[in-house]
Design a protein around this ligand. Sequence first.
Ligand code: IMP
Ligand code: MG
Length: 175
Amino acid sequence: MQVHDKVFRPFIDAKTIQARVAELGKQIDKDYEGKRPLFIAILNGSFVFASDLFRHITIDAEISFIKLASYKGTSSTGNVITSIGMEEAVTGRHVVLLEDIIDTGKTLHAFLPEIVHRQPASLKIATFLSKPDALQYEVKADYVGFEVPNKFVLGYGLDYDGLGRNIPELYELAE
Ligand code: IMP
Ligand code: MG
């Protein structure tokens, strides 16, 4: 399949993805019994994963969406990441962050302090994908759909330059 200038080939089929996401959802459903968790999905990439996972939650639960924006910090700390749309009260809540993929870990590493600062009762991370070989920052996901090799992937919410998010299965870059 061609997207923009690159060729992608099938990697994980839709049935396998659905089965795994159902498994994760049911696990979280069990782990958070009686805790009324607040899911916070990080846009844009996680919206497909979040939508599928959330429908496997049967306990009382809330979901909210945020967008992360990075800008150059004025000091030597480099890029600063802030969230847009986090009006939901996080203090005292059991928060589960939903991500599409942890690649280098840079995004979450920079953003986590902002959440921690608001003093949730607990904080866990659920990510659809992780690329352990690409990790450069200390970020540990508590729930991982699939560990994938350090290759560019596309589909199920993940894009290549804006395209491909609507593909129900996962593709990888063919080289
Ligand atoms: P980070 O390197 O962990 O900060 O990853 C940041 C973001 O890069 C992810 O949330 C994705 O939106 C994007 N990203 C990383 N790897 C891929 C990939 O293989 N395909 C599509 N997007 C990716
Ligand atoms: Mg993303």
